[in-house]
Design a protein around this ligand. Structure first.
Ligand code: ADP
Ligand code: MG
Length: 288
């Protein structure tokens, strides 16, 4: 086909809802061999549903949920939003203070004079709160109140409708390896990867460990092969900046992620990555 040229390519991509911040990224898209996906909000919808509330002895479900919802009142993490949505009562600004969000772990806050922790198993371990790890499908948000384990909330996320076909198209376009990175638990990560043709999974990663994984991949590949990282931008802005091509989901992504990204997918569909590569292939510069 006739090369569009890079200016034409940027226009063609924008008509598909893909904002490319420069012709050099179209050129790099032609040489992509690795696509690294963040899980939550990128391959999954990132809009979680609360599927179970499991309090410890002596706690009511609604009470456990209330403490969690207050602790999560100011968090923009999709997990936090789902917990607030599940709570039936109204939440007052003054109900929570001393809020501290610990990226990749969860939150700590003061609710009704009690110190509340809501987050991953790692968050509990960090605070030396003992509990029995539940055997569930989905993500457990563990809650401690006043230094005591109070129970957990199970939330489930769904794989995006076009995620499987997105990965299939990328394989057809000659991508060598698909990698998934996530802060979520191994079992949840493997359940998602198992439904998609992902070659390599790294789970239970902290935000800085995601950066380290990208750096390791950049070192082991040959210089001419390019790496895409695609994320929703919640906790992964530094990873976006480190990859050859950082792609952010524009709908879910934070302003910081949209700023740090080289390419922004406005409708959050992973299949847009393949669309962008196809456009890049058509707009390849004629080298004299
Ligand atoms: P992912 O890599 O899947 O995008 P994150 O790095 O955002 O996940 O978070 C990793 C894990 O930390 C989550 O699976 C969750 O267990 C916990 N977590 C992070 N932020 C919060 C929060 N605000 N409330 C509860 N749990 C959280
Ligand atoms: Mg994330």
């Amino acid at each position: 086909s006739i090369p569009l040229g890079f200016f034409g390519g940027i226009g063609a991509a924008s008509r598909q809802g893909v904002l490319v911040k420069g012709g050099n990224y179209l050129e790099a898209l032609n040489a992509v061999k690795y696509v690294v996906f963040d899980k939550t909000g990128t391959l999954t919808q990132g809009t979680f549903q609360v599927t179970a509330i499991v309090p410890e002895e002596g706690w009511a479900q609604e009470e456990l949920l209330k403490y969690a919802a207050y602790a999560e009142l100011h968090s923009n993490h999709p997990i936090a939003e789902s917990i607030r949505n599940a709570f039936q009562g109204s939440l007052q600004e003054w109900g929570v203070s001393e809020v501290n969000e610990i990226s990749g772990f969860g939150v700590e806050a003061a609710v009704e004079g009690n110190k509340v922790l809501a987050g991953s198993a790692k968050l509990m371990k960090r605070a030396k709160i003992s509990f029995v790890q539940p055997d569930i499908t989905g993500t457990a948000v563990h809650i401690a109140v006043g230094g005591q384990y109070a129970g957990y909330i199970v939330i489930a996320d769904e794989i995006k409708a076009d995620a499987a076909s997105a990965i299939h198209s990328l394989k057809q376009l000659g991508i060598k390896r698909m990698v998934m990175l996530t802060g979520d638990l191994k079992a949840t990560a493997e359940a998602v990867a198992g439904q998609l043709a992902i070659d390599e999974v790294h789970s239970e990663l902290l935000p800085e460990e995601k950066v380290a994984q990208i750096e390791r991949l950049m070192e082991r590949k040959s210089a001419k092969d390019k790496v895409i990282f695609v994320g929703d931008g919640i906790n992964d802005t530094p990873v976006l900046a480190r990859a050859d091509i950082g792609i952010a989901m524009g709908g879910l992504g934070s302003d910081a992620a949209i700023e740090a990204a080289d390419i922004v997918i406005m409708d959050d569909k992973p299949s847009r990555i393949a669309d962008a590569i196809r456009i890049a292939k058509r707009s390849r510069r004629i080298v004299w």
